[in-house]
Design a protein around this ligand. Structure first.
Ligand code: ARG
Length: 253
């Protein structure tokens, strides 16, 4: 009985404190471009961003090794259990950066082409000229349905967290193979607020632009182990031809 009470007490607190890790609920109306990816059993495994009506940007490690029927995009749905909300879109093509090897080696970007155009506003990419957005201390918003604690379950609801960009020197110190040209790290030296497993591929946003994609990190929200994100400005040149391409089936005059 005591044990049960203690158990209830702990789960009670956990439910109250746990979000992304250390974040809070976010609304899909305010961030209509954030999507999640489901496998062929309908299980959410990654995040993504609508960057054109028929294109979703995600992490290469989310798309790698999956056939087209093993990835679907769920858009416009804040609560994973709300089957009525939003749309489930079929993927007709998966583009993975040609130099991608593994998340921690960089080039962790992929673009999914959808069968139909989505009725949600796309988010523009950060461009090479947007370097100011990556200054240390710049406050970014990360979104996802990933785990709410390092070994916990993924979130039922969309979560958001604010994380400041950290100095590249700090990222290199804590992660010796960190590549500052291709990545940035964000979070707090003390940990506590971070993205986590299941958030990968999802957006990191500031000033109405997609500056990052959740990529990797050691554990979640650990002291001195911030999240590492794809430096989108660096890939704008590689991504534009794919993102701006007219998908097959659309006939232009
Ligand atoms: N690789 C993870 C995923 O596939 C994301 C990890 C982010 N880790 C972190 N500590 N921020 O979902």
């Amino acid at each position: 009985m005591l044990v049960l009470a203690a158990l209830l007490a702990t789960t009670g607190t956990a439910a109250a404190d746990e979000r992304i890790v250390g974040g809070e609920r976010a609304s899909i109306e305010a961030s209509p471009w954030v999507v999640y990816l489901v496998d062929d059993r309908g299980t959410q495994f990654c995040g993504g961003t609508i960057v054109a009506p028929q294109k979703v940007l995600t992490a290469a490690h989310c798309a790698e090794g999956r056939s087209l029927r093993e990835v679907q995009v769920v858009a416009g749905r804040e609560d994973k259990q709300d089957r009525q909300a939003g749309v489930v879109a079929t993927v007709t093509d998966i583009w993975i950066h040609k130099r991608y090897v593994s998340a921690d080696q960089g080039e962790d970007v992929a673009v999914l082409t959808l069968r139909r155009a989505l009725p949600y506003t796309p988010l523009p990419l950060a461009e090479l000229t947007d370097q100011a957005l990556y200054e240390p201390g710049s406050q970014l918003r990360a979104y996802g349905w990933g785990r709410t604690s390092e070994n916990g379950k993924t979130s039922r609801y969309l979560m958001g967290a604010t994380v400041p960009v950290l100095a590249d020197d700090f990222c290199v110190q804590t992660y010796p193979h960190f590549k500052k040209a291709d990545m940035f790290c964000a979070g707090y030296e003390g940990g506590k607020i971070d993205t986590c497993q299941g958030d990968s591929g999802g957006p990191v946003v500031v000033d109405g632009k997609l500056v990052g994609v959740t990529s990797w990190g050691e554990g979640c929200a650990r002291r001195n182990k911030p999240g590492v994100y794809v430096r989108i400005s660096r890939y704008a040149k590689d991504l534009h031809p794919v993102v701006d391409a007219t998908p097959p089936g659309v006939v232009e005059p």
